[in-house]
Design a protein around this ligand. Structure first.
Ligand code: PEP
Ligand code: MG
Length: 760
């Protein structure tokens, strides 16, 4: 080869570095390589990780129209062979090679000589750099070296661009129509369907002011009240229409709408504004805006989501005021509901037999829409920031609720692949349903009770339907969050009684109020620099014994008839908190006894979710009856990673070796004193982590109802001995990624891969 390798390389790299974007950088590379090596064509292929294909990104010598259109499956063609081998492939006469694939789009029938080198970064093949010669030509060793060195430089540029989102952008651009969007997983599952876009029913922001005369006030008041009545009826109808497809108790969410409609602040707010001389529509606009502002400014994501419910309600009333009719959209076949801010009521606009997935630009995993999608068993992707709603209308799309990913206008090859995965998913779910009545027991006969985490009364029936053995965590804050003030003793007792009765004789572990952090009560506001390190959980309760005592009395009253209750204290970081809480519990018990109410003192346990509690296990075991590990908070506090911050989300990992060691310590101290340990953080519902929890000897697992059958499958597929061996290996590992790889492999080997990815 008649050029000096390193000087030439340096010049090319310098030129590439000045290119304004990745696309132009790639063009410079192929042009310079073609000229330098005296070949007839030079091309770069990138790996599209989402579709597991190689896609032609830039070429000098092949047809330009092939860029973005020519794709190779991994292993397909000579280019695919380079990727599979992850090393250079140098072939004098390509068409003679068994792997050769004829491609008319590239005009490559005229090429014989082939040299392809992989572009590798951190052991991952990101793409392939290829040169072709019309004549038969075997490339020299120094030519191969040149290409390998250039490819290594290119790898750095690609992974940098990838980190900046450039590669995806480029893939989108060259691929023409099909593109991928990313959001947050709201509900898992896979679906393929046609997008139907739902818009705001009526635009409150567009309503103008209109002064009314005194004699028009009554008429406007009447108009508004009629509209409210109509909407109340609409909501009732919607709830009836959803009845067939939603678990009955889930329909309670519609009741929340009904309550909001009747709330004095909403009604009086509008009526006062009308009486002050504005017409009903503007009075409604301003009242709704006031409400939204309050909720939007709340720290608590759950309550922020309520702003969208209020906005939706406002639109519905406006729609009625504007005499527009609510309608069911026309669909013909599987439908993906897409919207800027999809609300609960939008779900009912799609015939339930057609609704296969939900995509919303706004919202989060805590949105009611996500909760309902989960209950309906369809995937939901929320918070898709740059959702081009108008471009998406009517498009076919694939929704991957596991990864929070959407593929718009997928290629035929992608559709085939996803259709296969959807079929497998359906088979998997059918298989899982067969486990409802089976015991949660390992292959060597060890029982692992599976319980549910709940907080909505609405959860009782789905929980029982999936075979839950009780409630491992009842988050009592939910009834506090959806009311205008602290619920009273009898009101609480009623709620708890229903839960205890619903699950009886199965145990219900009721956690005392755990507000603060990201769960702020609207009527009990507090502003803190670091709310997760601040006034949270038991700390608030001990500072407000009147609230704590009311709750405990309510619990004890509820347990008068039902003895299946256990009490659990959250956020314990110091033993004195346990001592004080226990003495308040005893006080409430004594007071009730004086009032003639006799109930048993329930077993009391603490949540281990703060590192200091892990290291005080010796002292805690002497004081309480059981432990439940809150791995959501424990992970956040051990790793110093905010559980709600997307910026550091990649650092948040419950399989971190430090978390496993903490768990090991908790279990060993508790068991040494004969006290049981449960895990009720999200980790318990994670199929890979469940193996570790089984191996560590955790006594029970508590999770959301939707995960229960998957975890039962895991428990029934492993022996505790195997889980122990895997745990022992995991505990020698230094990184969460290695532990995850070990567990994922174990799941795949046991035939349970379908639990951790799309497909069976
Ligand atoms: C936890 O912290 O793991 C837990 C179960 O409690 P919450 O998620 O309600 O904080
Ligand atoms: Mg917690």
């Amino acid at each position: 080869m008649a050029f000096e390798i390193f000087g030439t390389l340096r010049r090319i790299i310098q030129e590439v570095n000045t290119a304004p974007d990745l696309k132009q950088a790639l063009n410079i590379i192929v042009q310079r390589v073609k000229r330098t090596m005296g070949v007839d064509a030079a091309s770069v292929y990138f790996r599209d990780f989402q579709q597991d294909e190689l896609i032609l990104m830039a070429t000098d010598g092949l047809n330009q129209s092939a860029v973005g259109r020519v794709r190779f499956k991994l292993g397909e063609g000579l280019v695919g062979l380079v990727l599979n081998r992850a090393e250079p492939v140098n072939i004098a006469d390509g068409p003679l090679h068994p792997n050769y694939r004829f491609m008319t789009e590239t005009g490559e029938q005229v090429f014989h000589g082939f040299l392809g080198v992989p572009i590798i970064q951190h052991r991952v093949v990101l793409g392939v750099l290829v040169v072709r010669q019309k004549e038969v030509r075997r490339f020299a060793e120094n030519e191969e070296t040149f290409m390998v060195t250039l490819a290594a430089q290119l790898a750095g540029a690609i992974s940098h661009a990838e980190a900046m989102g450039g590669v995806n952008e480029l893939l989108k651009e060259v691929a023409g129509s099909s593109f991928t969007l990313k959001g947050i997983s709201g509900s898992t599952g896979l679906a393929i369907g046609q997008a139907v876009v739902v818009y705001a029913h009526a635009n409150l922001d567009a309503v103008p002011d209109q002064t009314i005369k005194n004699d028009e006030i009554d008429q406007q008041v009447q108009l508004f009240q009629d509209a409210v009545d109509d909407v109340a009826r609409d909501i009732k109808d919607l709830s009836l229409r959803m009845k067939a497809s939603l678990p009955p108790a889930e329909l309670a969410l519609f009741d929340a709408y009904g309550l909001m409609l009747k709330s004095d602040t909403l009604i009086d707010g509008v009526l006062n504004r009308i009486r002050n001389g504005n017409w009903a529509q503007a009075a409604l606009r301003d009242t709704i805006a006031d409400h939204i502002l309050i909720f939007d400014n709340m720290e608590d994501p759950y309550l922020r989501e309520r702003a969208s419910d209020i906005r939706d309600l406002g639109r519905r009333i406006l729609e009625r005021l504007q005499l527009k009719n609510n309608h069911v959209q026309k669909t013909n076949g599987p439908t993906v509901l897409v919207g800027d801010e999809v609300a609960v009521s939008h779900l009912a606009e799609i015939p339930p037999e057609h609704l296969v997935a939900v995509i919303s630009a706004k919202g989060s995993g805590a949105s009611h829409v996500a909760i309902l999608s989960h209950a309906l068993g369809i995937p939901a992707v929320m918070g898709v920031g740059d959702l081009p709603v108008s471009r998406i209308k009517g498009q076919t799309m694939v929704v991957d609720g596991y990864r929070g990913q959407i593929y718009v206008k997928p290629t035929e090859a992608m559709l085939d692949e996803f259709r296969r995965l959807v079929r497998e998913e359906q088979e998997l779910n059918a298989d899982l349903n067969e486990l409802v009545d089976k015991t949660s027991q390992t292959t060597d006969g060890v029982r692992m009770p599976l319980l549910v985490n709940t907080g909505l009364l609405a959860d009782i029936s789905p929980s029982l339907r999936c075979g839950a053995e009780g409630v491992g965590l009842y988050r009592t804050e939910v009834p506090f969050l959806i009311r205008d003030g602290f619920p009273g003793e009898d009101e609480q007792a009623n709620i708890y009684r229903q839960v205890l009765e619903g699950f009886s004789p199965r145990p219900v572990t009721l956690r005392t109020l755990d507000i603060g952090g990201d769960k702020m009560l609207p009527y009990f506001p507090q502003r803190e620099e670091n709310p997760f390190l601040g006034w949270r959980g038991i700390r608030i309760m001990l500072d407000h014994p009147e609230i704590f005592l009311t709750q405990i009395r309510a619990v004890l009253k509820a347990s008068e008839r039902f003895s299946n209750i256990q009490l659990m204290l959250p956020m314990i970081s110091d033993v004195s908190e346990v001592d004080e809480a226990l003495s308040l519990i005893r006080r409430a018990h004594d007071e009730l006894r004086e009032d003639g109410i006799f109930s048993q003192l329930p077993p009391v346990g603490v949540m281990i979710e703060v590192p200091s509690a892990v290291y005080q296990m010796d002292a805690l075991v002497k004081r309480v009856d059981f432990f439940s590990v809150g791995t959501n908070d424990l992970t956040q506090y051990l790793l110093a990673v905010d559980r709600n911050n997307t910026q550091v989300a990649s650092l948040y990992d419950s399989l971190h070796p430090a978390v496993l060691r903490a768990l090991q310590h908790i279990v060993s101290v508790a068991h040494a004193h004969g006290k049981p340990v449960s895990v009720c953080g999200e980790m318990a519902g994670n199929p890979a982590a469940a193996i570790i929890l089984l191996g560590l000897g955790v006594d029970s697992l508590s999770m959301s109802a939707g995960s229960l059958l998957s975890i039962k499958w895991v428990i029934r597929s492993f022996s505790q001995q195997v889980a122990k061996d895997l745990t022992e290996t995991a505990l020698t590992m230094e990184k969460a990624s290695s532990i995850k790889a070990l567990l994922y492999k174990a799941l795949e080997d046991a035939g349970l891969g379908g639990l951790i990815r799309a497909g069976k």
